[in-house]
Design a protein around this ligand. Sequence first.
Ligand SMILES: *Cc1c(COP(=O)(O)O)cnc(C)c1O
Length: 350
Amino acid sequence: MKISKVNQSRINEVDFSNLPFGKVFTDHMLICTYENGQWGEPEIRPYGPIPMSPATHALHYGQAVFEGMKAYRKDNGVVSIFRPEANFQRLNRSAERMTIPPVPRELFMDGLIQLIQLDYDWVPAGEDISLYIRPFLYASSEFIAARPSESYVFCILLSPSGPYYSGAVKVKIEEKFVRSADGGVGFAKAAGNYGAAFYPTRLAQEAGFTQIIWTDHKNHQLIEESGTMNVAMVIDGVFRTPALSDRILAGITRDSILTMLRDQGYPVQEGPVTVDELLTAAREGRLNEMFGMGTAAVISPISHIGYRGQIVEVPTPTDGLSVSIKKALSDIRLGRTADKYGWMHDVFRP
Ligand SMILES: *Cc1c(COP(=O)(O)O)cnc(C)c1O
């Protein structure tokens, strides 16, 4: 691996006590190109612009996928990445759907670890802050023709970040627009999925909501996801979350929470939740809580549901499941409890 370091670190310019989400980047990034059917030598170089042709394929046809993961600073000072293998696998599942060649495991893992070692001091310590890691892959050929690109770029950025949302969110049940459909790309972390979600999300925000609850593309009766997070609700003391399908992204936070709950013997049901069932439960006081699950926000409590012009309140108990599960996850990540599932990948200072 080629490594060129910055002459002067920017770390002293950063206010670590007041970090935004995804706006501050560390000194270095990893970059590797795929040409003539193979990946070249990866390079770590100073964070900065990537010069590109206006004919760059990804800009025209959206052949691009990404990942989002986090590294934490444990209480003992060691930096640890949460479930990197799961993100690696998902990146390549997304890539396959978008006709992008897979990234080799050594390139992803060794590249990530060496990059974090170089920018070790940038990993913040604290409850709600961490190092957000953004690996991405895009089509880099310079031609205008609607067929797969011949060259690709794999890049990893590191961003010390604070909380994503602050406080509970108000969601709107979406009945017009869809995020995904059977046979589509909803399960992939494809860049265009986000681009397509911005417009309906903006309309919901103009109506006073924070996020959308997506429903199924056929009848708008099944609850699917909450914006950029998987969604869960506790109804009559049972943890409910829609089952995975090619319309739903297989969240690693969702999987981690399901694993912990099953292990604790908490009643869990993965399967359909209809809009009617949810709203009836809410009106009858049987909806105990509801929340989004994802790497960026971890757990995002939902306080209000908007549906056809009406607003239904959702309890946000401070001693509820979302609070206890968030703490249990945080305890694993900060090394306060045994890592019994082998989720933490420690990175030591070289
Ligand atoms: C990334 C993402 C999630 C959450 O996945 P995590 O692995 O938990 O971060 C959920 N839904 C969508 C649409 C996503 O893109």
